[in-house]
Design a protein around this ligand. Structure first.
Ligand code: NAG
Ligand code: NAG
Ligand code: NAG
Ligand code: NAG
Ligand code: ZN
Length: 583
């Protein structure tokens, strides 16, 4: 196993390296190199996998770490396909990513048609800042024409091959293969249960935001089924609503807690944002970013080449090289994203001496939760004031509610989206949803869980899910739902150490090394033990729970209840109403 570990490190390093080069410099040549490297990687992974299968009695081994490594290595994933189909799968995946990352659209701007507009930063900026209903609708629509539609047929083939691979790994369908790392037999039920727990709160929040949007855009712009049009929530996918804070703020006259302006006024740069985040980690006694991180990370969008802008954090598996890649804008949203990505890097650093097989989050949700967890402290008004991004700080009722609203626009709005991305894919993979109704099924979930509706009728040529990065890029998404739930559990347990008498929403763990140690100890374990054990170390309980999230927003629930007395909470929905060519 020790020897294998060295082999795996080298294999991974080579593959990650090729992927990094392509992701930070999209050229045909780099794509070819990546394809070559990936198929080599898959071949060798497969050879190892076949070797591992000789140890078919590993379950009887005494050493639990050895047993666990073999168990993890017994599942290979897509590379289990035979080489022809494996190659096909790689080609399809790369092609989908290429389509997504190079999609651009034309939009009417200032009386003429402006072309070559890309998601980052052009379209995202329009979605965030424009309050022009028609321009927003056009932007929303053109992005889906350009990024979603061309992916549809590729995705059908992706599902077919993915399911075939699942069978080769001993699973029934691809969703089961995806759920393997969660080690939770009733995982889908647990997620549904968590959703049921938070749903009443989401629906209240939805009713409040809808009321404010109706006041802003006029009742005639709002569907009469009680849903919110998907394009007016400040985000291309309506997954985070922070950009419409101005429309929904409880106290709009009050100082904004979005410190973007201040950051720009203070000449913040991407580098300074990363440094600020690094300092928060080191003040907790955690590991500082190593040299290669500072030298090799891409934190600004290059002007001389195409890159995959979607922010990400990279482990090169050589215990030295860790990088982030991000087209950073100087604003608060990206400051939070910087913390998010740095959370991944901190995890990589903490578990770098584990065997390669254990260099993962306790479960995938843990990995997503760490940076967000710290950002919960960083974005408290008190902390922002401490780092000079908020002047004249005084904690009063109005400030509290504005802060609560801002956080809810980020965290509460996301929950149904975090669930439906994979609920939808699970259904496609398992065959529960028909291949002829992929888009319809997408909108069924969007309507049912999120309560958002398309501003234009959709049909099955459209492939709206494909216009979201994680579908073409094949990144599972339920990890984000889990992360948004458990980061509040982690926050609560660290706050019990750092500031036990402060309400959860005001707690700032900054500088508390005891809290830092609690965290470090859990991170350093990687996936070397089952996640409920690590959860217990962190929180004292083995289970996921939505209670801390609900507790965090207590002041907001009270406020919203008063505000929506005349609103109908919830919505009706009928997918047919939004689809052309009903089958
Ligand atoms: C991008 O990749 C090409 C190879 O396709 C290479 O010639 C070029 O130097 C690379 N650019 C940068 C900035 O690395
Ligand atoms: C439209 O034109 C005005 C005046 O020339 C300019 O200030 C504005 O930035 C332009 N808007 C866009 C989106 O190009
Ligand atoms: C879907 O709608 C587009 C126009 O919006 C049209 O070009 C396409 O043919 C339609 N597809 C189907 C299957 O009706
Ligand atoms: C944890 O979850 C298990 C299984 O779902 C359940 O039986 C148990 O009661 C839960 N424990 C707590 C403290 O909620
Ligand atoms: Zn992440």
């Amino acid at each position: 196993m020790n020897k294998l570990n060295d082999v795996l490190e080298k294999l991974n390093t080579a593959q990650v390296n090729a992927s990094w080069i392509f992701n930070t410099n999209i050229t045909n040549y780099n794509e070819e190199q990546l394809l070559k490297e990936t198929s080599k990687y898959n071949k060798e992974q497969k050879a190892i996998w076949q070797e591992i299968q000789k140890f078919s009695n590993y379950k009887q081994y005494q050493d639990p770490a050895l047993r666990r490594q073999l168990e993890k290595l017994s599942v290979l994933g897509i590379a289990a396909l035979d080489s022809n189909e494996s190659q096909k799968f790689i080609n399809i995946s790369t092609e989908m990513e290429r389509i997504y990352s190079s999609a651009s659209v034309c939009l009417p701007r200032n009386g003429s048609l402006k072309c070559g507009l890309e998601l980052e930063p052009d379209l995202s900026n329009i979605m965030a800042t424009s309050r022009d209903y028609n321009l927003l609708r056009e932007t929303w629509l053109r992005w889906r024409d350009s990024a979603g539609r061309p992916i549809r047929n590729l995705y059908l083939e992706y599902i077919r091959l993915g399911n075939k691979a699942a069978i080769k790994n001993g699973f029934k369908t691809l969703d089961d293969l995806w759920l393997f790392p969660w080690e939770t037999p009733d995982f889908k039920q647990q997620i549904e249960q968590l959703w049921q727990e938070v749903m009443p709160y989401y629906q209240k929040f939805h009713a409040y935001v809808r009321m404010k949007l109706r006041k802003f855009y006029g009742a005639e712009r709002m569907p009469n089924d009680g849903t919110i049009p998907a394009h007016i929530l400040g985000n291309m996918w309506a997954q985070s609503w922070t950009n419409i804070f101005d429309v929904v703020a409880p106290y709009p006259g009050k100082k904004s807690l979005d410190v973007s302006e201040t950051m720009r006024a203070q000449n913040y740069t991407a580098l300074r944002m990363v440094q600020l985040s690094d300092k928060f980690f080191t003040d907790l006694g955690l590991i500082p970013m190593p040299g290669p991180f500072w030298r090799e990370s891409m934190i600004n969008k290059p002007t001389d080449r195409k890159v995959v802008c979607h922010a990400s954090a990279w482990d090169f598996y050589n215990r030295k090289d860790f990088r982030i890649k991000m087209c950073t804008n100087v604003n608060m949203e990206d400051l939070i994203t910087v913390h998010h990505e740095m959370g991944h890097i901190q995890y990589y650093l903490q578990y770098k001496n584990q065997p390669v097989t254990f260099r993962e989050g306790a479960n995938p949700g843990f990995h997503e939760a760490i940076g967000d967890l710290l950002a919960l402290s960083v974005s408290t008004p008190k902390h922002l004031s401490k780092i000079n991004l908020l002047s004249d700080y005084e904690e009063d009722h109005e400030l509290t509610l504005n802060h609560q609203m801002q956080m809810a626009l980020q965290k509460v709005s996301f929950l149904p989206f975090g669930y439906l991305m994979d609920a939808w894919r699970w259904d496609l993979f398992s065959g529960k949803a028909s291949k002829n109704e992929m888009n319809r099924h997408w909108w069924m979930y969007r309507l049912k869980l999120q309560g958002v509706s398309p501003p234009v009728k959709r049909n099955e040529t459209d492939f709206d899910a494909g216009a979201k990065f994680h579908v073409p890029a094949s990144v599972e998404y339920i990890r984000y739902f889990v992360s948004f739930i458990i980061q509040f559990q982690f926050h609560k347990s660290l706050c019990d150490i750092a500031q036990p008498n402060v309400p959860l929403h005001q707690c700032d763990i900054d500088g508390n090394q005891e809290a830092g140690q609690r965290l470090a100890k859990a991170l350093a374990l990687g996936s070397s033990q089952e996640w409920p054990k690590t959860m217990e170390m962190m929180t004292g309980s083995r289970n996921m729970s939505a209670k801390p999230l609900i507790e965090y927003f207590n002041p907001l629930w009270k406020y919203i209840d008063e505000q929506i007395k005349n609103e109908n909470v919830g919505w009706n929905f009928n997918v047919n109403q939004y689809m052309e060519n009903n089958l």
